[in-house]
Write a protein of this length. Structure first.
Length: 509
């Protein structure tokens, strides 16, 4: 069969979900194609390719784009099967109620996706395939089922990642600029055991409770084999490990020690990874440095102890944060910190602490500066459905469940919460941009919090933000070498991408 994958947009991170689903489909004999909504003409591609299946993968905020795309598919031909999966569908299989969607893949679909394709190819029944919701099984069994009832339709987690095929990067690289971009993305593991309220992982873990271990990863040999082939096929200067948590130490676990020995020999490229301040020890950092670590992300998220540990439940102390960033300074590792602004606090707590909403954001800025982060990025909190934070803001009347479909796809846009005034939202948006500059140039801190965030100069601040972000990401966090032509093209693309992240815009595609 011919399968057309339709992502909304391709950014600088490989769409690994699509690359894996394409590889799984090709492994059982199917042909795969790509049409990117932001750059291609979907209707023309449908007429040119005549696909049997069109597949979407949706994060929350993107579902409305794919709803329109599915309408386009069905207008072209009612005989084309439409399938949608991704993070949004893990918690909202209700997407199957869209008349233009035939199948919804919920949760991990490493087995479900090939099983669905086999059934479609042979005309077999699709209603009993684990993780796949159809019109028939939804309205007949699952629409009115409780949480546990829907859980029964999920197969166990994929515990042996080594059995998965190499990502089909060719599908993406032959149609997009990523072939010429020298940083490659990879996830060496799946899962995160922590309970941050703004993240989908705690709900995902609850969904999969009793269905396999939370944290699963590739063996070092399998991981390095794929990265070695990647390096040989495409010009690659840097590896970005995009795992939620790159390492979790277990009793008698020697994975990191083996990685520190094998990766430099087999791959030998500088790399970036994500971790938590309360996981990073000097012993671990030494192993990562030995392997080739150049930079890492450790999210601070909130400077205020109450907000950090009670509202978003990061469960880490200021001392742990400062210690971890200090270790990175000691070993010359570039640090990239994330923080979340506009986290709402109940009025009585603010009164007890003698603070206004913007004061909490300034605390977060100050902790980034105090930690000595090399590069900091700030976003606004978004109440994604299925997350504990969403329950918190809905319960307090700061957000309506009816507005989930209106959420912007980027967490760097204006706060969607009604507990902030327009002026407070403007100040938050300005600090999202100016915070990056203040961490890079701490002497800007006082003039920023006293004056600059109060001025309606967001477009000017975006230019300044973009310049410093561009310099720090390309020359510090992910150091890469470009030709003048390639650098110019990437600057133009990244300006467009960043502007869309900070402004909802009017165009859907």
């Amino acid at each position: 069969m011919k399968i057309l994958f339709v992502p909304r947009i391709i950014e600088y991170i490989d769409p690994m979900n699509i690359e894996l689903m394409s590889a799984l489909a090709r492994r059982i004999g199917h042909t795969t194609y790509l049409s990117v909504l932001a750059q291609d003409d979907l209707e023309a591609d449908l007429k040119r390719i005549h696909p049997d299946v069109v597949a979407f993968s949706s994060m929350t905020g993107e579902q409305r784009y794919f709803s329109q795309a599915a309408e386009t598919v069905k207008k072209c031909s009612q005989n084309i099967f439409t399938v949608i999966g991704g993070p949004h569908c893990a918690f909202f299989p209700e997407v199957i109620e869209n008349p233009c969607i035939n199948f919804v893949g919920s949760g991990e679909c490493d087995e479900a996706w090939p099983n669905l394709l086999r059934a479609l190819e042979t005309g077999r029944d699709t209603n009993n395939i684990k993780n796949i919701f159809t019109k028939e099984n939804w309205y007949g069994r699952f629409r009115d089922a409780d949480f546990d009832g829907r859980r029964e339709h999920l197969a166990g987690r994929t515990t042996c990642l080594d059995n998965l095929p190499f990502f089909d990067r060719e599908l993406i690289y032959r149609r997009t600029y990523l072939a010429d971009f020298p940083m490659r993305s990879f996830m060496s593991s799946r899962g995160c055991p922590f309970g941050c309220t703004y993240c989908f992982e705690p709900k995902f873990n609850k969904l999969y409770a009793g269905k396999g271990p939370i944290f699963n990863r590739y063996s070092v040999g399998r991981l390095c084999a794929e990265l070695k082939e990647l390096k040989e096929r495409w010009p690659t200067q840097f590896i970005k490990f995009y795992d939620d948590v790159f390492f979790i130490r277990k009793t008698a676990d020697s994975w990191l020690e083996e990685f520190a020995e094998v990766y430099p020999r087999e791959v030998g490229l500088p790399f970036f990874c994500l971790t938590r301040c309360n996981l990073l020890t000097e012993e671990v950092l030494k192993l990562l440095v030995k392997a080739g670590l150049h930079s890492l992300t450790m999210s601070i998220e909130a400077g205020n102890d109450y907000v950090r540990n009670h509202v978003i439940k990061r469960r880490m102390t200021k001392e742990e944060i400062m210690h971890a960033f200090g270790l990175c300074k000691k070993y010359g590792i570039i640090t990239f910190a994330n923080s979340i602004l506009a986290i709402p606090v109940r009025p009585e707590i603010m009164a007890q602490q003698g603070k206004k909403p913007i004061d909490y954001d300034i605390e977060s800025l100050d902790m980034n500066i105090g930690a000595g982060a090399d590069f900091s990025e700030f976003g606004t909190i978004y109440p994604y459905p299925g997350c504990e934070l969403a329950e918190y803001v809905v319960k307090n009347g700061w957000f309506s469940p009816k507005d989930f479909n209106k959420l912007h796809t980027s967490y760097q846009a204006e706060s969607p919460l009604n507990c902030f005034t327009p002026r407070e939202k403007m100040m938050q948006g300005n600090l999202v941009l100016l915070g990056t500059l203040c961490v890079a140039f701490p002497w800007l801190r006082n003039v920023t919090v006293k004056y600059l965030i109060k001025l309606p100069l967001t477009k000017l601040y975006f230019i300044l933000y973009y310049l410093i972000k561009g310099y720090l990401t390309v020359f510090k966090v992910y150091p890469m070498k470009f030709t003048l032509m390639n650098l110019t093209k990437n600057i133009v693309r990244s300006v467009k991408l960043d502007w869309k992240k900070h402004s909802p815009g009017k165009r859907l595609y």
